[in-house]
Ligand binder design. Structure first.
Ligand code: GDP
Ligand code: ZN
Length: 461
């Protein structure tokens, strides 16, 4: 079957030193050959070996006018990303040059690719399964080191292997059951109900354990959502800066300056954290500040962890107490900030209310006590132990839903067995379970689903 040839700019569109145009499909080599002139006289791309790189120029085919100086790599199918013939043109011009080269490739008969189309071809041509294709998106979008690692594992097939294992066990069971229905005369060691039940229970346990990783998978993917809260001017933005070790949030001594919500991603001892700096929470008449206060309150509700900042150089006031009231039942780390100044705060009255959680002295301004804070975060989540290299995490809600459905079907099989239902009832539910596992790897998905998944890709991938 002949495939059309697609092309796209594969690198970021912002100005950069080099840009790559990727071409894939049956005519990719002959197309680029028409506009490439090697420094070696007479070298033709359609005669070169696969996986070689060639130096020369992209030229207008009629006038031989030079468009850019390039390196062209040729990767013949099936040993390429898409399993088709792939040519990559490494240009070193800016965006205008890249566009000119792209236009030329289009004129020669290639078509502009859709988002994700290269990866989709890799999937369609069987080089990767669907969970691996999704890992490609996740790698591009990774916000934390851990999530990157976990996506790379997924791309390498860890999830696929596990799913294949489960599928094989299911097939084995289905085959056994169907055989005993279809060929009763063989009297295939009369289906041992207890054995079937045991096998299914084992699969259920495997799937259940995998599903349980979804919550930590979510943490890996998005980070622990951590809200920094406190009344205006206690030092929340200074704390965020101290933690990020850079000036990010605007620090001023006018109360109420952090009007909007700032989000930053960081790693603490390997724990991904999504830090949210909120506008101070207080009663205000300023309309714009009111919106900020409202957003802070909703961020507070969504947060997995709350870092509550107090100004230790002042006495507690109504505003502090109002916030304490809001957070007293949550996971809280309470910070006494501005410890470089004289202490005025009454600690006892807080310890009574926020009895669980941590109390730590810091000076955001002098970056003191940040280590203690980081250790407290680590202690609270024990996530420092997570070793993504060895474990498999479900990070994708599509996968989680499919596993959930498979579990339901498997539990129905158990019920059928217990209720002495006929054996063909068992195999219907077993097949359902099989199909749902297949949805994860992509062998039982439909066209719409594939479209939806690949539409989330960026161009050129
Ligand atoms: P926010 O409104 O809670 O975000 O507070 P900011 O981070 O904007 O800080 C308010 C003021 O307190 C600024 O003038 C900071 O320089 C000052 N500040 C913050 N942290 C400390 C600290 O640890 N020690 C002292 N002396 N001043 C601080
Ligand atoms: Zn602030």
């Amino acid at each position: 079957m002949l495939t059309d040839t697609i092309c796209s700019i594969a690198t970021a569109l912002s100005p950069s030193g080099i840009g790559i145009i990727r071409v894939s499909g049956d005519n990719s080599i002959s197309i680029v050959n028409k506009i490439f002139k090697s420094v070696h006289k007479g070298l033709k791309l359609n005669q070169v070996k696969t996986h070689t790189i060639h130096y020369g120029h992209i030229i207008m085919p009629n006038t031989e006018e030079i468009i850019d100086e390039v390196m062209v790599s040729v990767m013949k199918g099936p040993h390429s990303f898409t399993r088709e013939d792939v040519v990559e043109i490494n240009c070193h011009g800016g965006i205008m040059v890249l566009e000119n080269v792209l236009k030329l490739v289009l004129t020669m008969g290639a078509r502009l690719s859709e988002p994700g189309e290269f990866t989709k071809r890799a999937f369609m041509n069987g080089r990767i399964d669907l969970s691996q294709a999704e890992a490609v998106i996740d790698i591009i979008n990774s916000k934390t080191q851990l999530s990157l690692k976990s996506s790379v594992n997924q791309l390498n097939g860890q999830l696929s292997n596990k799913m294949d294992m489960i599928k094989n066990q299911l097939i084995h069971l289905i085959a056994h059951i169907e055989a005993s229905i279809d060929y009763p005369e063989y009297d295939i060691e009369a289906l041992n109900q207890d054995k079937v039940k045991l096998d299914i229970e084992k699969i259920i346990k495997d799937i259940y354990e995998l599903m349980r990783t979804y919550d930590s998978g979510k943490l890996i993917r998005e980070g622990i959502s951590t809200a920094i809260i406190g009344k205006p001017n206690v030092g929340k933005s200074s704390l965020l800066n101290a933690m990020l070790k850079e000036e990010r949030a605007i620090v001023t001594d006018i109360p109420g300056t952090t009007r909007d919500v700032l989000e930053e991603y960081m790693n603490i001892h390997g724990i991904p954290l999504k830090l949210v700096d909120t506008a101070g929470i207080r009663v205000t008449d300023d309309q714009i500040e009111k919106i900020g206060v409202q957003r802070s309150k909703s961020k507070l509700e969504e947060a997995d962890l709350i870092i509550f900042v107090l100004d230790a150089s002042r006495a507690l006031d109504e505003e502090d107490l109002h916030i304490i009231e809001l957070i007293k039942d949550r996971e809280v780390i309470c910070l006494f900030n501005k410890m470089d100044l004289d202490e005025k705060i009454d600690r006892k009255s807080i310890e009574g209310v926020l009895d669980h959680g941590y109390m730590i002295d810091i000076s955001a301004k002098n970056v003191e006590g940040i280590d203690a804070l980081e250790h407290a975060i680590k202690d609270m989540f024990y996530l420092g132990e997570i070793d993504v290299n060895n474990d498999l995490y479900i990070t994708n809600v599509r996968h989680k839903n499919a596993l959930e459905k498979a579990l339901i079907s498997l539990n129905e099989v158990l019920e059928s067995i217990n209720n002495k239902m006929p054996e063909d009832c068992w195999s219907i539910d077993l097949k359902n379970a099989y199909e749902n596992i297949g949805i994860i790897t992509g062998d039982t998905v439909n066209e719409d689903m594939i479209k939806e998944i690949f539409s989330r890709f960026c161009l050129g991938k």
